[in-house]
Write a protein that binds this ligand. Structure first.
Ligand code: ATP
Length: 135
């Protein structure tokens, strides 16, 4: 196994990940990027989407990340996300309800509906459902 870095994923509510990882792949606002130990230092904002890493046992882990920031240092990756869940913690029924709610709002096309907000909500729900399906 390659050399490991330390990965931390935190949200305003709680710490989601705090463990060694071999490779981290995250949804950067300029595109998906991968970080291995020894990577050049950089800071980027994140889009909503999936994040992956290999844990110390070599098992691939998948998380949902709802935007935020990521700092990559040669031996540490820190993600500050607006919200995030490990794949196994995604509540599929809740995401289905959020998806239906957002779709209804978008379909109504009323002046008092904030379309951008409804679309962002739909995007979160769809990613959560997609990530929950992955093995
Ligand atoms: P909802 O409309 O169901 O609240 P949301 O996309 O508006 O969804 P967020 O603002 O992203 O929710 O997150 C609020 C909190 O709820 C966070 O702690 C987040 O991890 C959690 N959360 C939201 N949806 C889910 C889900 N489907 N499964 C597990 N946790 C969730």
């Amino acid at each position: 196994m390659a050399e490991k870095l330390f990965l931390e994923v935190v949200t305003p509510q709680k710490a989601i990940v705090s463990e060694e990882a071999e490779i981290v792949v995250a949804p950067g606002s300029e595109g998906e990027f991968g970080a291995l130990k020894g990577h050049t230092t950089f800071l980027t904002s994140l889009k909503t989407g999936p994040m992956r890493y290999k844990d110390a046992t070599g098992k691939e882990r998948v998380l949902f990340i709802n935007g935020g920031f990521c700092e990559v240092l040669p031996d540490k990756v820190t993600v500050l996300a607006e919200s995030a869940e490990r794949r196994a913690d995604i509540d599929v029924a809740r995401a289905m309800e959020a998806k239906e709610r957002a779709e209804q709002r978008i379909a109504q096309k009323q002046a008092d509906i904030d379309l951008v907000r409804a679309e962002a909500s739909l995007r979160r729900a769809l990613y959560r459902l997609k990530i929950a399906e992955t093995k």
